[in-house]
Design a protein around this ligand. Sequence first.
Ligand code: FES
Length: 134
Amino acid sequence: MLLKDKKYNRRFFFKSAIAGMTIAMIVVWDKMLFTNKNIHSLKSVKLTFNPNKRINFADNYIIIKNDETIRVFSSRCTHLGCKINESSKNQLLCPCHGSTYNFDGIPTKGPAINPLEEKDFVIDNEHNTITISV
Ligand code: FES
């Protein structure tokens, strides 16, 4: 009888320990995610650009003006990450392996197959600056 009680106590202890560790891991994981969200949302870069140009290559971003809309993309090619810094005939050109993208960030010629990463931004028209969430 005494031996059974020890088994029960050991089993109870392990179940409690596993439950406690699971709860601790969930709390830590939740805090890590919350912290990352805060850091991520606080990161931004402020750049100057020419609002009269259709395409602005600014730092690591491409600012594209289509009629009245503006879109901002990462200049990092989705093939192997080269910096896209040239445009021609309504195409963005990657200098490394020849991928091209249209002005919606969609690849029109490989080897890249994924669209450019689009970025959120806020424009300050008074100072011709754009703040891009990174
Ligand atoms: S890195 Fe752009 S095509 Fe390869």
